[in-house]
Design a protein around this ligand. Structure first.
Ligand SMILES: Nc1ncnc2c1ncn2[C@@H]1O[C@H](COP(=O)(O)OP(=O)(O)OP(=O)(O)O)[C@@H](O)[C@H]1O
Ligand SMILES: [Mg+2]
Length: 460
């Protein structure tokens, strides 16, 4: 368990704080002056240091500096006397994580401390995962739902069963499909993906099953389909609800018999594939509405994994936010401090209709917008207009950036500047609102204010 150090020269106050922490089950050490505190800090690790600023000989600022130097992960909360705001400002500048002005209710301090400890646990988990599993593209989370999910993945990974993954947009369906494949005996074979929503119908069929030369106009050579490519591996059918009824029939047979013919071909090809399908629609509803074949549904629905929405597991938000912040900081060649409690609170209060993908986009943007090495609440909520810049004032991050990402960042910047009014952002970017809207969808960009324009979500 992480220990707390309380530094305060006024005995009754120090005793009061120490006792309160002990009552709530914490390990606590205490010091009545800066010298003792600095010695203790050099001897053992403290998760949190709570220090008064005006101490007898040396000030609490020295304690703060010593704590941060010894371990940057230590959270330092300073206490200042009424009417000495400049002390608090100075402390924050030097690196304090938070401050309290005396007198304060002890519960307020306790709350700050327990938040800080929670956040440290999250950071530690990221670090552990980073060391044990590689980085990034891992399923992160510490909520009961996510732990359960990891267990399920290990279990079903071993079987050959067909899997259906359900979940709202951005909940991690593709990542889970990859994890299941990686946990399976086929892990060293291919995982082949087909995005069933991306292709118009005739093309989808040949994408899945391939075609023979001359099968249709433009088929000037034979083509191997995804089913064949996935042979002895795993086939991931993403957005399965988007397939037409005609192709569903062919898919059903291919899954049932593990056999099919190429489009325009006669030879029956047999294959050995494991099928994983994903959808953000409720397939049962699609079946009732006669848009999805019930026999195909039952074939797919052997094992169903339902991914929780991010708002149903808010505990995971700090961990994920921190992960994405550090990930994009690295990508953009920036240094970003651990997120402040106020930022984490704001993130946890938002319902995230676009789930983890939306959180990821938000953090990427926040890293980009952050001035200095600190992400502030305003970087998250996309505050006011940016200062005017000249047209050529574009700085490519040290690590470079893909054109696609540059386009996305330009769209985000335009949206930010126009208060997220797409029509105005389109004008800024010199494209039609339609084109912009199309690109916004392509980049999976969402914003809290657009929520109001969405149809009400039906409860799961
Ligand atoms: N548990 C997680 N830990 C870390 N990153 C995650 C997690 N879940 C999802 N992500 C990340 O969030 C993003 C969205 O995930 P993914 O593409 O798997 O979602 P999806 O459910 O397939 O979304 P859609 O329905 O829009 O296709 C990806 O960048 C993915 O790496
Ligand atoms: Mg997906």
């Amino acid at each position: 368990m992480k220990k707390i150090l309380v530094v305060e020269d006024h005995d009754p106050l120090r005793h009061g704080i120490v006792e309160a922490f002990q009552r709530s089950g914490h390990l606590v050490a205490e010091a009545g002056d800066a010298e003792t505190a600095i010695r203790l800090i050099s001897e053992e690790y403290f998760g949190v240091v709570v220090t008064d600023i005006s101490l007898p000989r040396h000030s609490g600022i020295e304690v703060l500096k010593a704590a941060k130097q010894t371990n940057p992960l230590t959270t330092v909360i300073v206490m200042t006397a009424y009417g000495t705001v400049e002390n608090a400002v100075e402390a924050m500048r030097v690196g304090a994580d938070d401050y309290l002005q005396k007198p304060f209710p002890i519960e307020e301090l306790e709350l700050k401390v327990s938040k800080a400890l929670e956040h440290q646990t999250a950071l530690q988990t990221i670090e552990d995962l980073r060391q044990t599993t590689g980085w990034p593209h891992q399923l992160l989370g510490q909520s009961p739902q996510l732990r359960h999910l990891l267990g399920v993945i290990q279990k079903i990974g071993k079987s050959q069963a067909t899997i259906l993954i359900e979940g709202e947009t951005g909940t991690g369906k593709e990542l889970v499909a990859k994890a299941i494949h990686a946990a399976s005996p086929r892990a060293d074979r291919a995982l082949i993906k087909v995005n069933c929503a991306a292709l118009p119908e005739p093309l989808l069929e040949s994408e899945l099953f391939g075609h023979e030369k001359g099968a249709f106009t433009g088929a000037d050579r034979q083509r191997i389909g995804r089913f064949e490519l996935a042979n002895s591996g795993t086939l991931f059918l993403d957005e399965i609800a988007e397939i037409s009824l005609a192709t569903q029939a062919k898919l059903l047979r291919a899954i049932q018999e593990r056999a099919f013919e190429r489009v325009g071909g006669e030879k029956t090809i047999t294959i050995d594939v494991r099928i994983i399908a994903a959808t953000n629609k409720d397939l049962q509803t699609e079946v009732k509405a006669h848009r999805f074949r019930d026999d195909l549904f039952y074939r797919l629905n052997v094992v169903t994994v339902t991914l929780p929405a991010l708002r149903e597991r808010k505990e995971d938000i700090p961990l994920l936010a921190e992960h994405f912040a550090q990930y994009y900081a690295k990508e953009l060649g920036k240094r970003i401090q651990p997120l402040a409690p106020s930022v984490l609170n704001a993130l946890q209060d938002y319902p995230w209709p676009g789930n983890i993908r939306e959180l990821e986009n938000t953090m990427e943007r926040a890293v980009l917008m952050a001035e200095g090495d600190t992400i502030k609440a305003k970087d998250i909520s996309c505050a006011g207009p940016e200062p005017a810049r000249s047209e050529n004032d574009f700085t490519l991050p040290p690590g470079g950036m893909s054109l696609e990402n540059i386009e996305k960042q330009a769209i985000l910047a335009a949206l930010d500047r126009t208060g997220w009014v797409q029509k105005d952002a389109a004008t800024l970017l010199g494209v039609s609102a339609r084109v912009l809207n199309y690109k916004i969808k392509g980049h999976h960009i969402t914003h809290p204010t657009w929520l109001r324009h969405r149809p009400p979500q039906t409860a799961a």
